[in-house]
Ligand binder design. Structure first.
Ligand SMILES: Nc1ncnc2c1ncn2[C@@H]1O[C@H](COP(=O)(O)OP(=O)(O)OP(=O)(O)O)[C@@H](O)[C@H]1O
Ligand SMILES: [Mg+2]
Length: 249
């Protein structure tokens, strides 16, 4: 069925060069921490970046990328607030700590509305932080932004995580979604498989590994995490380099 919001949306995203989805299928593997840190580093490198948190049930953007000011609307829609030079959007900014159960058509409507009410500036990168699972957030972005999307798969080295993640990887392959590679998080915690073995198991290039840094938890915002945990910064910089390489940038 024709939905005028969708054609409006396609037009709005004409100015967006690359859309990178950080997904896993598995929950709690570090998608939000890694995607927000990658956004921060891409922006530091000089790119125009937006970070969109599509996790409606457990948004984390309000912690990772705090914004002070209220939302402002202009002729082209609501401006994305800026946090540490990154344009950000998350339902978490509006919800505070309220629970937000949403399913079915309402969720799809919210996805469409969320994108169509925003005024997207010229962007080199839109980074999308996906929730766990393979629900509407993935299939909607896939359908809508097909030619522009690339997926960075996030996993830990645990057997449980790899089993779930390999399902997502199969889906990406069947659906012909451009996949950049896999990021192995908390790599030092699970010794069962080496990064090379994980890459082989998933048949994906390893974009990099991130160690478990217990001190990361002390720092709330992504800026604090990056600026106070040098090992984390270094590993994320390596991953961002890998992503840029894969995109020939
Ligand atoms: N490398 C790491 N070192 C230490 N703690 C980490 C690391 N990566 C993630 N964490 C912590 O693990 C928890 C889960 O991370 P995060 O929220 O990024 O996962 P997620 O995959 O986005 O989860 P969800 O599936 O719920 O969206 C957070 O408390 C985060 O701070
Ligand atoms: Mg998350």
């Amino acid at each position: 069925m024709f939905d005028p919001r969708l054609s409006l949306l396609e037009k709005k995203l004409e100015n967006t060069e690359n859309i990178i989805l950080f997904g896993s299928g598995k929950g709690g593997v570090g998608k939000s921490v890694i995607s927000s840190a990658a956004s921060y580093i891409l922006s530091e490198t000089g790119y125009n970046v937006a970070y969109i948190d599509l996790d409606f049930y457990g948004p984390s953007s309000q912690n990772l990328f705090p914004v002070g000011a209220q939302f402002k609307g202009g002729r082209g829609g609501i401006e994305l607030p800026v946090s540490n030079n990154v344009r950000v959007m998350s339902i978490g900014y509006m919800l505070g700590d309220k629970p937000f159960p949403i399913t079915g058509k309402e969720k799809i409507d919210l996805l469409i509305d969320l994108f169509s009410i925003l005024n997207f500036p010229i962007l080199d990168f839109m980074v999308i932080d996906l929730p766990p699972g393979m629900g509407d957030e993935l299939t909607f972005t896939q359908r809508l932004f097909r030619d522009k999307i690339s997926m960075a798969v996030v996993t830990t080295g645990s057997e449980l995580s790899l089993n779930v993640v390999s399902r997502l990887v199969k889906y990406l392959r069947v659906e012909n979604i451009h996949t950049l590679g896999v990021i192995i998080n908390m790599a030092n915690l699970f010794g069962e498989y080496s990064p090379i073995q994980i890459g082989q198991k998933l048949q994906l290039e390893v974009l990099g590994t991130v160690s478990y840094y217990p001190e990361l938890e002390q720092f709330k915002t992504v800026k604090e995490k990056i600026e106070n945990v040098p090992g984390f910064r270094k590993q994320l910089e390596g991953i961002v380099d890998g992503i840029l390489d894969k995109l020939n940038l």
